[in-house]
Design a protein around this ligand. Structure first.
Ligand code: ASP
Length: 429
């Protein structure tokens, strides 16, 4: 019996934790009415502690893991041209997939019309959301004023830039900086080991996160917005299960089913935690189990978690159509093109943490003159939508990473196809 349990993979344990958490949360929501048992014991203590403890552990890994692995990865690539080509293709694919995502969302919004006939009276109070960052600011903020501050605050883009520069210089100075290279290589090894240990707690963490979300979720909040909700889910499903598999087949001829079977646990984790950033360590690890070289994924995954948010872009596209229809505003072709452009920019500006997509949505609304108060309407159900879109966000990062590694021969196809065991730390480039 115990042996049988031992044979269950971590991915399946995460799935089990998720389903049990969902069931337990729903039971708590509908059948437990004693506020002490429900709120004090479970919601605010056991689940809150279990869920947040796990997210904090994952977040704890992110900065040192990302920094060390970018430095080591870039130092081992050494060829600046290869690096430039990897960076350029990655950013291009990230932007293109996001543009596809918004376009799909707008089409769904036009066909299903989620905001039509909506009773605006139930519009909630204004969500207090604003965003002031311009594109120039975003670019400027990529360069750290003080790299130690960026590391301490977990600001991903400056950390990535500083890691890239350090890696390039280590590659250039080779023998002279052997000692530092060794430190980062060992640091990377330590962080990978720590990730494996922390991940063992994932099923419990995911259980608590799910139980807390569904224990407190009022179904009545979803009902008036069910059309909006369904539209977003359709958009996310198309992106995840049509667009991504097609890209994978077109560019790599790899089997998407094989990909999803192995990658599901990353999607479940992103779903339960609603944060791409905290999912970075698991995403890198799973891709390495799929044969992708860490030299590439350690750079592309943190970058994707910061600038590539296809799921968020889908929510934003649908939200635009929803609000325009609810307020009876007609959006012409040029307004729709503006939405596509600003949603791609918003995706770059959206940090991989819970709910930020709703904040950057103001930028998209402002670009076409939609009333920002409309965001207040969808505010109530955004938490659950955030879960779904984060799962799509991390999948987009992974698909792009596979395509880029494949094209740069930084991927072991035999490992992907299950013909070979995943290697321990090994540089393919
Ligand atoms: N929670 C999302 C993520 O971490 C961002 C968002 O759309 O709010 O990817």
């Amino acid at each position: 019996m115990i042996n049988k349990f031992r044979k269950i993979s971590l991915g399946n344990w995460i799935l089990i934790g998720m389903i049990l958490g969902l069931i337990f949360g729903l039971i708590l929501n509908f059948w437990v009415h004693d506020p002490f048992i429900k709120n004090v014991i479970f919601m605010d203590n056991i689940f809150y502690l279990g869920g947040n403890l796990f997210i904090k552990l994952m977040k704890m890994l992110v900065v040192p893991l990302v920094f060390c692995s970018i430095v080591v990865g870039v130092a081992s690539i050494s060829d600046i041209k290869t690096l430039g080509s990897i960076g350029g293709t990655t950013i291009a694919i990230y932007l293109i997939t996001t543009a596809i995502a918004v376009t799909i969302a707008l089409a769904i919004g036009i066909i299903i019309k989620p905001g039509l006939g909506l009773n605006m009276a139930f519009a909630a109070q204004n969500a207090n959301v604003t965003v002031n960052q311009t594109m120039a600011d975003t670019i400027l903020n990529m360069v750290p004023d003080n790299p130690f501050n960026s590391l301490a605050n977990g600001d991903m883009l400056p950390v990535i830039i500083f890691g890239l520069l350090t890696g390039i210089i280590l590659a250039k100075l080779k023998e002279e900086t052997k000692f530092f290279n060794q430190i980062f290589t060992e640091g990377n090894r330590i962080m990978m080991e720590m990730t494996s240990i922390v991940m063992k707690f994932a099923p419990i963490g995911v259980f608590c996160l799910m139980a807390r979300t569904f224990g407190g979720l009022g179904i009545e909040g979803i009902l008036p917005l069910s059309k909006y909700f369904v539209c977003v889910l359709i958009g996310l499903a198309i992106q995840a299960f049509v667009v991504y598999p097609s890209l994978l087949v077109i560019f790599t001829r790899l089997n998407p089913i094989r990909f999803f079977r192995k990658f599901m646990s990353v999607m479940f984790f992103a779903f339960s935690s609603s944060t791409s950033n905290a999912t970075i360590p698991l995403n890198i690890k799973k891709l390495s189990d799929l044969g992708v070289s860490r030299d590439v994924s350690s750079f592309t995954i943190p970058l994707g978690a910061t600038i590539n948010m296809d799921g968020t872009a889908i929510m934003q596209g649908i939200a635009v159509m929803f609000a325009a229809q609810a307020y009876g505003i007609d959006l012409g072709t040029s307004a729709l093109l503006t939405v596509i452009f600003t949603a791609v920019m918003a995706s770059i500006g959206t940090a991989g943490v819970p709910s930020v997509g709703l904040v950057t949505l103001t930028m998209v609304f402002n670009s076409v003159g939609l009333p920002v108060e409309a965001i207040g309407i969808i505010f109530g159900i955004d938490h659950i939508i955030d879960m779904f879109r984060t799962a799509v966000n991390v999948t987009g990062d992974a698909i792009c990473t596979i395509i880029v590694s494949f094209r740069n021969k930084a991927m072991d196809i035999d490992i992907f196809n299950g013909k070979k065991e995943p290697k321990k730390e090994k540089h393919i480039l």
